[in-house]
Structures are given as C-alpha cells and as structure tokens.
Design a protein around this ligand. Structure first.
Ligand code: SF4
Ligand code: SF4
Length: 346
C-alpha cells in the first residue's frame, strides 16, 4: 500500500493536482465545532448544511465501507486579474477570482474520477466515490488532516508553500492506504489581517465565520433579499468576495493556475456594472454558459448588480439603467433597484 500511496500522488500530479494527501475517517475533532456552528445558526439559509446530520463528519456513514479519504488540491488563481484595480473602481463589478473561468466542479470531478479509475485499474476491486463541493463532506478538515494545509482564521485552508487560492476535492475509498501526517498547528500566529479587513465583519472571531454576514453567502447562496444594513458594505462585489484571501500574507506564496479552464472570460474580468445590468436573461444565460455564475440565475444577478450600482457614486447613466428595471417582473429585483435609486438620488 506504501507504493500505491506514492503512485497515487504521482498520478495526481500528472492529472494537474498540485498536491494529494491521504487521511483516515476520524473527524471527531471537528464534529463538535461543526455542530456548534450549525446550532448557532451561523450557516444562515444554507439548509443543505444541516441535511444528512452527522454523515458530514462521519464519512463511513455517508458511504459505507469508507476507511480512507484522498484529498486533492488544485490552484485556480489566474494571472493578471487586476484584483485591487477592479475592487477600487466602483463602476466595475468584482467577481470572485475562482469564478472568472469555467465552472470548476466539472473539471475537478473529472480529474478525480480519472485518478480513482487509475487506482482501480492498478489494484482491481475497490469501492470509491469522488466529491467536489457536491455532497455533505467536511472538505477543509479532511484536507487539514491529510496534511494539505491548516484552516486559517478566515476558515479557508492555507498551504505554507501555496497560499489559499485553490480548490479541494476528495475520493472516499475502502483501501487501507497509509495516512499522511496531519497538520495540527495553525501558522496564523498573531496575525488578524483577514478579521480586520472583512467588509462585513463576518469573521466573528479567529476560525469562526458567520456565513450570514459573508459577502460570498449574500451574493451566491442567499436567494432572498439582502439585509439592508449589509448592502452598503458589499461595495462593488457582485459575485463572491476575496478580501480575506487577498490580505492574507501566506498568499505571497500562491502560484498561478496552469488550467486554461480557470483563465478569465474577458467580459467578466473587469466588467462595467451598467453593461452587466443591461443583459437580458437570454444574454445572461449565454454569457455565463459553463460558468459557476450561472447557478445564481438572472434574478439574483440583477439583485447583486443593483446593490453595487447603489454603492457607486451618482451617475445619470446608472440612474437611467436602474430606472429601466423598475418594472422588472421580480419583486426581489424591483426592491433592490428602488434601494439603489434611493442611495444614488437621496
Ligand atoms: S469572503 Fe469577504 S465577506 Fe466573507 S469572510 Fe472573507 S472578507 Fe469577509
Ligand atoms: S490573514 Fe492572517 S489570520 Fe487571516 S488566515 Fe491569513 S495568516 Fe491567518
């Protein structure tokens, strides 16, 4: 099994993963923290987090027979994405850097599937299941246990040689592979940069995220009205937020992705809010085809852009664009448009 474990890591690199780690299924150390987080309601309306109960922290209850988990990470940060420039230009919309290219779920799952098939071909009968952000899996604790990094105070995984701009995926397996050395210590030290920079104070303490305040949750997960008091804090972030990663000193070690699929579509890199707001639903579906952004739908897309327009300085063009949407069939859109007009015209 020692040789197989080394082969898996080599195959993983050949398939484009930057690192592979292996762990057992004992996540008891993380279970209480996760259940406490749910009990406090910090997951907001992400009801899927509650579903499946403790199957999330007990992998063998989710997939019977699982005794090891292969955890894989893949860098996604594209080069030259002008992060600060876009964030500091209120007329432009900021899209989280992971969502600028093709939807990562498909690519990650395909590669994990290929890796699992190679293992299967090498040793014959074995049971496995691949995951990427798709099932009740505690992916960050699993990655920490598999030695891929530590969970930082912002609650993302950080690798000391590669920062935090990477995706995670898992293979649950019934093979008794040797487990890697877990990372048991945070290297955040006395740093609090992510906590201090967070625009909505969503990091309510070290290693504790109130998802209900997080801009990623508000612009992607939430399908309802964005709380009034948080709207001005969202700025021009129209799909996700990267501030806590941008400020993290460990990201000076981040590497750019080698995957062309994660390279930005030019019309999403530094887009004008007014232009994005003018897209019809058909245009939205066409321009976001194959992108993770499509998942939020045109209605929430307009909702998010209306908030960003309301946070931008006054311009006659912005007011005109907003007025054009005053009779949109969606009450959600109309309400955010009215809010934005009120912000600009008060
Ligand atoms: S993603 Fe943005 S809003 Fe969410 S915790 Fe990080 S800095 Fe705060
Ligand atoms: S910004 Fe500082 S505290 Fe936050 S995750 Fe990075 S190192 Fe840790």
């Amino acid at each position: 099994m020692q040789q197989l474990s080394q082969d898996i890591k080599q195959w993983g690199r050949e398939l484009g993963f930057q690192q592979i780690g292996i762990t057992d299924t004992d996540l008891s150390r993380y279970e209480k923290r996760f259940l406490d987080w749910l009990a406090l309601g910090l997951h907001g309306k992400m009801e899927y987090m509650e579903k499946h109960g403790i199957k999330r922290s007990r992998p063998a209850e989710l997939i019977p027979g699982t005794i090891r988990i292969i955890s894989a990470r893949m860098d996604y940060l594209p080069p030259n994405t002008d992060i600060e420039k876009v964030l500091q230009t209120p007329g432009k919309g900021y899209i989280s850097r992971y969502a600028l290219g093709r939807d990562y779920h498909r690519l990650m799952r395909k590669r994990l599937e290929k890796l699992a098939q190679k293992i299967h071909a090498a040793i014959g009968e074995s049971g496995y299941r691949v995951f990427c952000d798709s099932a009740p899996v505690l992916e960050k604790p699993i990655a920490e246990k598999a030695g891929l990094g530590w969970i930082g105070k912002h609650t993302n995984l950080i690798n000391s040689k590669a920062g935090s701009w990477f995706f995670l995926g898992e293979i649950y397996t019934d093979l008794p592979l040797p487990a890697d050395e877990p990372i048991t210590k945070s290297h955040c030290g006395s740093c609090t940069a992510c906590i201090d920079i967070c625009p909505t104070q969503a990091i309510i303490g070290p290693y504790q995220l109130n998802a209900q305040r997080c801009i990623s949750y508000l612009t992607i997960e939430l399908r309802e009205s964005i709380p009034l008091e948080l709207r001005p804090l969202i700025g021009n972030r129209i799909y996700g937020c990267d501030d806590c990663q941008i400020v993290c000193p460990w990201n000076k070690f981040a590497k750019h992705t080698r995957e062309q699929d994660f390279y930005p579509r030019q019309h999403l890199l530094a887009p004008e809010l007014i232009e994005l707001f003018s897209w019809t639903e058909d245009e939205f579906l066409q321009k976001t085809e194959g992108s993770a952004i499509r998942r939020i739908g045109h209605e929430c897309w307009l909702r998010n852009i209306a908030v960003a327009l309301g946070n931008a300085p006054y311009s006659a063009a912005a007011v005109h664009a907003l007025r054009e949407r005053l009779h949109h069939p969606s009450a959600l859109v109309r309400e955010h448009v009215l809010w934005a007009l009120d912000q600009l015209c008060r």
